[in-house]
Design a protein around this ligand. Structure first.
Ligand code: SF4
Ligand code: SF4
Length: 259
């Protein structure tokens, strides 16, 4: 059993290390300390294999070798090291890997984002640019706890909200579009005729007939869609940009272009 928390960290920072001490160091001296280190993940969680190898080598050498990619905050979590290894880990992270500690405790937590425009055609905002900007602007708040409680920023490129900004952040930034959903009526017909794979293949990779009325129009939360068997109509002024219809028919429907 671990005692949670405790005052432990690196010089100049108030967050980033979570103290873990064994309740019975007399019985288990080899795991008397097992501190957790939070490492600020890159925007969109993109890595080179080289940096991942370096990170694993560092943690094999100075910690338990156990990692969690990633914690719910978004950080890389390095699990289990001793107090005397904290400063060397911090030095090597910042000087050799060009990485920094993340947030913990009552500070601004490491901002996190979805893959955004780097990989996803639905992204309406540059999630990585936003996250980088917030991270650099609030460095002090990120490393030195000044709040009565934690505070989280999360940025999703579209309302699918893959980074769970609504559920898990205090400030949720979600990209959307101002104009109309783009419709390819030929592709709508192809979905209805069973020529295309629905949901981008997420629910099975075989083409099947899509019941557009039942599976798309009836599930639109604002009922702003109409399908007469041939043509799909959307009353965009009533659309809440929930992404449901686009997720089901990505070949036929796309987000607008006025971002
Ligand atoms: S939130 Fe939207 S833009 Fe970001 S990865 Fe998910 S689907 Fe793509
Ligand atoms: S995005 Fe959502 S609200 Fe808008 S038309 Fe599609 S299903 Fe309806």
């Amino acid at each position: 059993h671990w005692k949670h928390g405790g005052i432990v960290g690196v010089l100049g920072y108030g967050g980033g290390v979570i103290g873990r001490y064994c309740d019975r160091p007399d019985l288990f001296p080899n795991c008397a300390h097992f501190h957790t280190i939070r490492v600020n993940q890159p925007g969109g969680k993109f890595y080179t294999t080289k940096i991942l190898r370096q990170l694993c080598d560092l943690w094999e050498k100075r910690g338990s070798g156990l990692t969690n990619m990633h914690g719910s905050t978004g950080d890389i979590i390095l699990l289990g090291t001793t107090t005397d290894e904290l400063e060397p880990v911090f030095y090597e992270l910042t000087h050799e890997l060009n990485m920094d500690l993340g947030g913990s405790g009552s500070n601004m937590r490491t901002p996190s984002d979805c893959v955004g425009m780097a990989r996803c055609e639905w992204s309406c905002v540059d999630t990585q640019a936003i996250t980088y900007n917030i991270t650099m602007t609030y460095q002090d708040m990120l490393h030195r706890p000044a709040f009565p409680y934690k505070f989280k920023f999360k940025t999703s490129g579209c309302p699918n909200d893959c980074v769970a900004a609504i559920a898990r952040a205090d400030c949720s930034i979600i990209g959307t579009w101002r104009d109309d959903i783009r419709i390819d009526q030929e592709a709508v017909k192809a979905y209805a005729a069973g020529e295309l794979v629905t949901n981008g293949g997420a629910h099975g990779t075989k083409a099947r007939k899509l019941d557009i009325q039942k599976e798309v129009c009836d599930l639109c939360p604002t009922k702003c869609m109409e399908f007469d068997g041939k043509k799909l109509k959307i009353w965009n002024e009533d659309c809440t940009r929930c992404m449901h219809c686009i997720n089901v028919m990505p070949r036929a429907l796309r987000t607008g272009t006025d971002l």
